[in-house]
Design a protein around this ligand. Structure first.
Ligand code: ADP
Ligand code: MG
Length: 318
């Protein structure tokens, strides 16, 4: 474990330290109090506390015997049935150490297991439920076979709110004795989109420049456009197409923002435009088209200037 990484250094060790995810944490805390944990399935987007919550629950439950009763495996390394046959089974069938009621095995990226391996896993979950409870973690629960889903308590982790992320970022800036201004935090929130890991990593990378973390540093480090610049480009498009093209070229060629990211950022800004629903829908359709074509290898400048032209025409008539 690399403690130089703030995501590891500041991973809350206990359930009480986890910010947000309130109702999930309440349920997990009850499991710990009753000293009984069902097999669990944690699903949700990256950076939303799934691994953190699984580890914290086990640490709260086991205390001193955590190391002997807890194991974490990542299914994406070795997807096959052999992992289930060997590592998982060997851990699950041995009785817990100390006075622990059972052991806990966390299987990260469980949705990467093949269907065969999942069926073997289901049998292991049943055979050794007395000595071992599993916490399966995945991004999409639909990729887990139904017989496993029906044997698990399912917890859906939502993206973290901006206020939860802000609270954590402020705590870290204080501990690390760095400074971040409001615009810097706002920029991190815009880019992280509810992913706490992304937010903390951005803070750390931006802070390593050694100055106050502001929006300029954050967008430069991330290689993304300030949404203000996107907004300005959109605002000028109806009146002065040439000027908005210049802004586009500056973003691509001077700031080095990738065209596909620009298409996605444009999408976000278009959603906020104050125009009729119909025009907005027409523009969004074109945005998706441009994003797809750029992904397929078409020229970013050509696709995005066509998109801007379309937006200009739509706006000109509104
Ligand atoms: N609710 C939270 N409160 C505080 N820090 C958090 C929280 N959720 C995640 N983090 C931080 O973000 C990092 C990634 O979280 P993690 O639980 O590994 O996400 P995932 O959902 O992808 O498993 C952790 O190391 C921790 O530092
Ligand atoms: Mg994880």
């Amino acid at each position: 474990m690399d403690l130089d990484l703030w995501t590891e250094k500041y991973r809350p060790p206990t359930l009480g330290g986890i910010i947000g995810q309130k109702s999930i944490i309440e349920s997990l805390t009850k499991f710990v109090q009753n000293r009984n944990v069902p097999h669990c399935l944690f699903t949700g987007p990256p950076g939303t506390s799934k691994t953190t919550a699984a580890m914290a629950m086990a640490r709260d439950l086991f205390g001193e015997t955590f190391d002997r009763n807890f194991m974490e495996l990542n299914a994406s390394d070795e997807r096959g049935i052999d992992v289930v046959r060997n590592q998982i089974k060997n851990f699950a069938r041995i009785m817990p150490a100390g006075d622990a009621p059972f052991k806990i095995l966390v299987l990260d990226e469980a949705d990467h297991l093949t269907a065969d391996a999942q069926h073997a896993l289901r049998r292991t979950m049943e055979s050794y439920a007395g000595s071992c409870r599993m916490v399966l973690i995945c991004n999409y629960s639909s990729r887990i076979i139904p017989p496993i889903q029906s044997r698990c308590a399912i917890f859906r982790f939502a993206r973290l709110s901006d206020s939860s992320i802000t609270e954590r970022l402020k705590y870290i800036t204080k501990k690390e004795k760095i400074s971040a201004n409001a615009a810097g935090i706002q920029a991190i929130l815009y880019l992280a989109e509810g992913d706490m890991r992304a937010a903390i990593n951005l803070l750390q990378a931006s802070a390593s420049a050694g100055e106050t973390v502001d929006d300029k540093v954050v967008f430069a480090i991330a290689g993304r456009a300030n949404p203000k610049a996107i907004k300005e480009m959109l605002d000028s498009v109806g009146e002065n197409y040439e000027e908005s093209l210049e802004k586009l070229r500056a973003l691509i060629y001077q700031q080095g923002v990738s065209p596909v990211d620009l298409a996605r950022q444009l999408h976000r800004e278009v959603l906020k435009l104050n125009i009729s629903e119909n025009r907005k829908m027409a523009i969004l359709e074109r945005t998706a088209e441009a994003e797809f074509r750029i992904g397929e290898g078409a020229s970013g400048e050509i696709q995005l200037s066509a998109l801007l032209a379309h937006i200009g025409l739509e706006r000109g008539e509104s």
